[in-house]
Design a protein around this ligand. Structure first.
Ligand SMILES: C[S@@+](CC[C@H](N)C(=O)[O-])C[C@H]1O[C@@H](n2cnc3c(N)ncnc32)[C@H](O)[C@@H]1O
Length: 259
């Protein structure tokens, strides 16, 4: 799916990136970094947040494992005349020479750390990339979404349009392993044909990948085991006024300070 970044990007085009960046900066201020000058995003994908933060004058660096996704992010930066440094790398092992005030891991990309070891390596690599007192902000799926009963905070089917192109997306959680705390995420993204015609099969993207169900306790454990961070805040949205326990909370945000 990440090899067809344009379709992926349309499918997930529902986020209000400017509002999320305002929320990230408010969280940073609340936790002792009132005017961050630099940010790194792990698994940055199209790097929308980094472009917005770079427009506000910050020095921004994106790390992603996928070359096609990075090429897509670079094309968006050129189109918007915004400078973001983009590096191919693995969030578990990346190394940058200049340290930053903030490291971000958004949109549940941390769930691609399928094991505790992956998570601890990612946390240690993030700590090496941060200045002392710098913050790591991680966005997870809200834990309630993994417990089938009651309202799910997120949709499983939706259609999203950008200009002339509409795409239909289906997301499901399959092969849940409650012992390993993992599941297979299945996603189909297909362009909606003009005049209701079905798109050609080759245009349909289907992807399955392993994710970890990060709960608060498991993440607290890996943060402690990393020896690199203390957790200083939990929220229910990228917004310091939304408590994790609020019925309106729809994602889980952890803010960690480098020791
Ligand atoms: C769901 S996208 C998220 C993009 C971005 N965080 C956002 O908020 O739009 C996940 C991204 O993670 C990248 N990725 C997956 N495993 C990775 C790893 N181990 N290290 C770095 N990037 C990784 C994929 O290439 C993909 O671009």
């Amino acid at each position: 799916m990440y090899r067809k970044p344009r379709l992926y990007d349309i499918a997930f085009g529902f986020r209000d990136i400017a509002a999320e960046c305002r929320g990230l900066l408010q969280l940073a201020r609340r936790h002792g970094v009132p005017a961050p000058k630099s940010a790194i995003e792990l698994a940055c994908g199209p790097a929308h947040h980094l472009r917005e933060l770079a427009r506000r004058g910050m020095r921004c660096t994106g790390i992603d494992i996928n070359a096609e996704m990075l090429a897509y992010a670079a094309a968006l930066c050129r189109r918007n005349h915004v400078r973001v440094e983009l590096r191919r790398g693995d969030m578990r092992t990346f190394h940058l020479t200049r340290r930053a005030d903030l490291v971000l891991c958004l949109f549940d990309s941390f769930a691609q750390c399928a094991t505790e070891r992956d998570a601890i390596e990612t946390l240690r690599a993030s700590a090496r990339a941060l200045k002392r007192g710098g913050l790591l902000i991680v966005e997870f799926t809200h834990p309630a979404d993994y417990f089938g009963r009651g309202r799910s905070r997120t949709s499983e089917r939706w259609t999203q349009r950008d200009g002339d192109t509409s795409v239909r997306t289906r997301f499901s959680i399959t092969r849940c392993d409650p012992v390993a705390e993992t599941f297979i995420a299945s996603m189909t993204i297909e362009p909606v044909g003009r005049n209701g015609k079905r798109p050609h099969r080759n245009e349909r993207l289907e992807m399955r990948w392993l994710q970890h169900m990060w709960m608060r306790g498991g993440f607290q454990y890996v943060a402690l085991a990393s020896g690199a961070f203390e957790i200083v805040g939990w929220y229910g949205d990228i917004d310091p006024v939304m408590a994790l326990t609020d019925p309106q909370a729809w994602r889980m945000i952890a803010v960690l300070r480098k020791r």
